[in-house]
Design a protein around this ligand. Structure first.
Ligand code: NAD
Length: 427
């Protein structure tokens, strides 16, 4: 399967659907899912509380991705224009250098057990570590099926957080759990709840909170890409200049948290779009990503770019706890279809795809900033939204959008004036 589909974006919607159906082997049931957004109000009513309906987002595929030697259609759900185009363009640039290469850590998530009023926190922490083999064995016995799949509790650590104060001696106990293909929140929370009393007794303390940490720094993805100068070049800038400008933009983000935050937002444009399209807990990933970005004490970029002879080399490293089982997946056929489109069978492959999408949208944003400035490309796409909002329908949307983008004034008022001129109706 090749994810290179030249001219795809110019096809009318039915032809685009037919092409994807052919590539991904979709059947009529899948079309039902796509057309109706995956769930109806009755299903939604069983997912969350106080439901009054469903809320739809665009569902798209980003193209040109080759990840660890295999092509993938990358499902994306996002409300912001230009994210899908940016991801596809950057994936094409990375493709020229062999595509994205990824490395996933083992899927180990931390469960936290807070102990308060510990008589002697240093002795308490030492007692927990002494009992570690036994405690781990007991914890593993609580999740035999997960252990049979090669996962389960793998480590136990304890840190003294306070030796006195309003909560007395405080210890944070970390239960490190290999969650295999699950995101793992419920799984880890359950393990924390079931082991906390035993651990508190050993430490001579009181059980406090028992919940996973979303700072999943033990469950990370590393994505790299090499982009040859030839693929970076713009209409009015040679590749070497674009390479230098992107490397300088990366250094800016490495030096300044105000820039790093926006740099990371550009990464999350791609990551979140994949997470939403595949039914993941994107708030959990967002929380983990930003905590990880700040873990040295200064907020840093999650991806950096360096120059090499004749090419640009990007590296993204971030926590990405995702699941291909559990969570919303059993209830949401749209999310399952997203996984199917991407050809995803394991959580590690899903993390690789989401991470590659993040590095791609980062590259696209930096290239646009380093050459035209972000507005030119973005405005061309935003112009369609503005044209539609002004009342344009059908072919008028693209006609008006083109005129708006060319004029450089992508505003509702300008769209209404053009619409009035083309239709002969008063603005
Ligand atoms: P889950 O509760 O559905 O548990 C996963 C289940 O899948 C387990 O019972 C496991 O035994 C089973 N399983 C089958 N095949 C597996 C495989 N190959 N690998 C691993 N497990 C396999 O899901 P979860 O991942 O434990 O929890 C995710 C949900 O928890 C998400 O909906 C998330 O939004 C929610 N949540 C998040 C937070 C947080 O992030 N702070 C807190 C609470 C709940």
């Amino acid at each position: 399967m090749s994810s290179r589909l030249p001219g795809f974006y110019r096809l009318p919607l039915p032809a685009r659907r037919a092409r994807v159906a052919e590539l991904a082997g979709l059947g009529p049931d899948d079309w039902q899912v796509i057309e109706h957004g995956g769930i109806d109000a009755q299903v939604a009513d069983h997912m969350i509380e106080n439901v009054i309906g469903t809320y739809a987002l665009p569902f798209a595929v980003a193209l040109n991705f080759t990840i660890d030697g295999a092509d993938a259609l990358v499902p994306m759900s996002v409300e912001e224009p230009s994210v899908v185009a940016a991801a596809s363009n950057a994936a094409r640039m990375a493709r020229a250098g062999g595509g994205f290469t990824t490395k996933a850590s083992p899927p180990v998530v931390i469960g936290q057990i807070q102990l308060t009023r510990v008589d002697d926190p240093d002795l308490g922490a030492a007692a927990i570590l002494d009992a570690k083999p036994r405690l781990l064995e007991e914890a593993r016995a609580l999740v035999p099926r997960l252990c049979a799949r090669g996962g389960g509790p793998v480590d136990l650590t304890a840190r003294v957080l306070a030796r006195g104060g309003p909560d007395g001696g405080v210890i944070a106990v970390h239960l490190h759990v290999d969650c295999r293909d699950a995101m793992g929140a419920n799984l880890v929370n359950g393990l924390c709840e079931d082991t906390a009393d035993r651990i508190a007794t050993i430490a001579k303390g009181t059980v406090g909170l028992r919940i996973l940490s979303n700072l999943t720094d033990g469950r990370t993805i590393t994505v790299t890409a090499r982009v040859p100068d030839e693929a970076l070049k713009a209409d009015d800038a040679p590749g070497i200049d674009v390479r230098k400008a992107i490397a300088a933009a990366s250094r800016f983000a490495e030096l300044d948290p105000y820039r790093a935050c926006t740099h990371n937002k550009g990464i999350m444009n791609g990551v979140d779009a994949v997470l939403v399209a595949t039914g993941q807990d994107w708030r959990a990933v967002e929380a983990g990503a930003h905590a990880f970005a700040a873990h040295t004490g200064t907020y840093k970029p999650l991806a950096t770019w360096r120059e090499e002879e004749g090419s640009l080399h990007g590296t993204l490293h971030m926590p990405l706890a995702v699941g291909t089982v559990g969570g919303a997946l059993h209830a949401h056929p749209g999310a399952r279809l997203g996984l199917h489109l991407a050809g995803v069978k394991t959580a590690a492959r899903l993390a690789a795809i989401a991470g590659a999408a993040g590095l791609a949208t980062n590259l696209a944003a930096l290239r646009a900033l380093a050459t035209d400035g972000i507005q030119r490309g973005h405005m061309a796409l935003h112009a369609r939204v503005v044209a539609r909002a002004a009342g344009a329908t059908g072919e008028l949307v693209d006609t008006i959008a083109r005129e708006l983008a060319a004029s450089g004034e992508v505003k509702a008022e300008a769209a209404r004036v053009i619409l009035a001129r083309l239709t002969g109706e008063p603005a």
